[in-house]
Design a protein around this ligand. Sequence first.
Ligand SMILES: *[C@@H]1O[C@H](CO)[C@@H](O)[C@H](O)[C@H]1NC(C)=O
Ligand SMILES: *[C@@H]1O[C@H](CO)[C@@H](O)[C@H](O)[C@H]1NC(C)=O
Length: 263
Amino acid sequence: MPALRLLGLLAGLLATSAAGAAPLVDIVGGRRAQPQQFPFLASIQNQGKHFCMGSLLHPRFILTAASCFRSRNSGIATVVLGAYDLRRRERTRQTFSIRGVSENGYDPQQNLNDMLLLQLDREANLTSSVALVPLPSQDAMVEAGTNCQVAGWGSQRPRGRLSRFPRVLNVTVTPSSQCRPNNVCTGVLTRRGGICQGDGGTPLVCNGLAHGVASFSRGPCARGPDFFTPVALFRGWIDSVLNNPLDQHRPDNRPPAEPVGGL
Ligand SMILES: *[C@@H]1O[C@H](CO)[C@@H](O)[C@H](O)[C@H]1NC(C)=O
Ligand SMILES: *[C@@H]1O[C@H](CO)[C@@H](O)[C@H](O)[C@H]1NC(C)=O
């Protein structure tokens, strides 16, 4: 897979201007989310700089992409919940360090099984700005043609600045002929639109459930389908991690996973 564009790569320093007059294109092709519209979204940061997305699925666990930590140690990352305006210190925020990570057979060459669970150092308080996202049950995959939403602080064009506010985009699940086995793919039918740098790890929300984790897109942002890790194939594994917090976890039928980063 030569043309993979890993979305976990840091897009650049936090925006310094840009967000005045909003152009038509955003996340790419979306619009600004309302405050508290996606209270389960997490901004994963390194020294205060956003580099990836995650979602809160349990007061102590964040779902994100393993590719977010391919070139980064999870020990230095912080997880920010309850954020909206990345340029302000908001009172709604809760900030965490990462106590442990669990993966299940991530293959960086093929970018398969691109999913990571981050265990927070303490429990999040659930508020109007911080809430859990529900998951599909095991093997309950979304069907082609389903309308879903993605949101994130990712850039609005390739190599662009991060967005100051989360942007939201309506997307459609593609037929499997435009995807590959072991992913869920989405596209925007009528115009350009899709995830971009800084959106890696964000949940694909369909009918209120987090059905995917943003993994990669081919070529420049919003030029082809976006690829998500299918949460429904990992539900049993996710539950086993959530039910056994602390330390490392063995994946279902695979050899023990290597810990990601040096915790
Ligand atoms: C949750 O709320 C309690 C009580 O107000 C507070 O002590 C604690 O620090 C809060 N936790 C987080 C993660 O903000
Ligand atoms: C996006 O989808 C939601 C429901 O899924 C709908 O209410 C909304 O109007 C759509 N927005 C756009 C811009 O198409």
